[in-house]
Write a protein that binds this ligand. Structure first.
Ligand SMILES: C[S@@+](CC[C@H](N)C(=O)[O-])C[C@H]1O[C@@H](n2cnc3c(N)ncnc32)[C@H](O)[C@@H]1O
Length: 393
């Protein structure tokens, strides 16, 4: 088979794969779909699978841009933009291909001059961004996959760094307890690491700086999920009395496993749906010294990892999340002691889920805003998040 035939076959395979993906239930993560697709197509070898995954992810990174073009041209544009070397771009965009290693801005200018690609078409929700997000830099960050970040447990930080160095792993250190690695780094093969670190995005790690908890205080992680923020809290302040809750019992089982691996045994756990107005039925009159509220959200700050969401997402959903977050936060704050903090967190870049919810809480729930910040992931090849520290009056 000639190189050209091989490339055309790859393009057809990805087209077939993406057609099958469109038949899936809306919102199915691409990663999960790909696992199933490869199981159903065992004739695809590991090299074919790697190439198909790469092309599919790049296809989604250009969002809504150039969608009227031939499928093969859309793929070539995506490849040219998102990689430094591409047989597909070389075959289909031969005049542009020599510039594939040029800076991103230059590649965008070339594509806008010579193809139907327009940067403004990529992400249709730019006018809804939080004020702390730079729209241009955010857009450009969608074209690359964020790094994999580890949070090192304080007392094992030196062990982990030593083990990574011994294994010859390529990593970047950010501060004392954070390590960035290229995605796909096979950590399971490095001996002696179990229980000494958590996989946690860098921006997510930074939210810990807002907790400021003290030993002996009682805290409630009210949307605890698999426990990422709770573990961060307990690592920063081991003497805190913790209640974790979530609407889903299945996710709290994951939390239990992670807590067990981290050697944490002393905590309380409850199933609580914060959209129901009866938290008092579960919690009585219990009041906390601090509440972490890492609310369900659009996840738009993490779409560099799940670019399929850029096209799957419906604009109206932003307002729906905003309303849900207001309801959840309004319910949780009833259990906050006066003078104590609510830490409101999202992994969204939309104002309606961030500063607008903060404004609502100030106006309707007697909370004073101490500090809020958009954590711009694009500065660090990380996710973007929002965090606010509000204090009950
Ligand atoms: C952003 S995730 C939490 C992630 C987690 N804090 C971490 O750091 O790993 C949001 C969580 O809110 C939970 N949730 C969604 N709706 C809820 C509700 N009505 N009441 C309580 N929790 C809810 C979800 O099940 C999900 O686990």
């Amino acid at each position: 088979m000639s190189t050209e035939q091989r490339i055309n076959q790859q393009i057809r395979t990805v087209e077939r794969l993406l057609l099958a993906y469109q038949q899936e239930e809306k919102g199915t993560p691409l990663a999960r779909f790909l696992t199933g697709f490869y199981k159903r197509n065992p004739q695809m070898g590991s090299k074919d699978r790697r190439m198909a995954s790469r092309l599919a992810y790049h296809y989604f990174r250009i969002g809504h841009a150039a969608r009227q073009s031939e499928f093969s041209l859309q793929l070539a544009i995506a490849e040219f933009l998102c990689s430094a070397d591409s047989a597909v771009a070389e075959l289909l965009l031969p005049a542009l291909y020599p510039a594939i290693q040029a800076p991103l801005e230059e590649k965008i200018a070339l594509l806008e001059t010579h193809t139907p690609f327009r940067l403004v078409d990529v992400f249709p929700f730019l006018n809804q961004l939080s004020s702390g997000i730079d729209p241009h830099r955010f857009l450009l960050s969608l074209f690359e996959q964020p790094d994999l970040f580890l949070r090192l447990r304080p007392r094992y930080a030196a062990d982990v760094i030593g083990a990574l160095e011994n294994a010859g792993i390529d990593f970047r250190r950010i501060g004392d307890f954070t390590v960035a690695l290229p995605n796909g780094t096979a950590l399971a093969r490095v001996p002696g690491l179990a229980g000494k670190y958590e996989v946690q995005d860098y921006s997510s790690q930074r939210t810990g700086g807002f907790f400021k908890a003290s030993r002996g205080e009682s805290w409630w992680d009210a949307c605890a999920g698999a426990g990422g923020k709770s573990l961060l809290l307990l690592d920063n302040c081991p003497g805190v009395q913790l209640l974790v809750s979530d609407i889903r019992s299945s996710i709290l089982r994951n939390l239990d496993e992670r807590f067990q691996a981290a050697g944490i045994r002393s905590y309380r756990q409850k199933i609580i749906d914060l959209t129901k107005g009866d938290t008092a039925a579960v919690l009585g009159k219990e009041q906390f010294d601090g509440i972490i509220l890492d609310v369900p959200c659009s996840g738009s700050g993490t779409w560099g990892r799940t670019p399929e969401m850029i096209t799957a997402f419906q604009a109206g959903t932003i307002q729906r999340f905003g309303a849900l977050q207001q309801q959840i936060a309004g319910q949780a704050v009833k259990h906050l002691k006066p003078g104590k903090p609510l830490i409101y967190i999202t992994c969204s870049v939309f104002a309606a889920e961030n500063e607008e919810v903060v404004r609502y809480l100030q106006q309707h729930h007697r909370l004073h805003l101490e500090h809020m910040e958009t954590l711009q992931g694009y500065d660090h090849r990380a996710d973007s998040m929002f965090v606010a520290r509000l204090v009950a009056l």
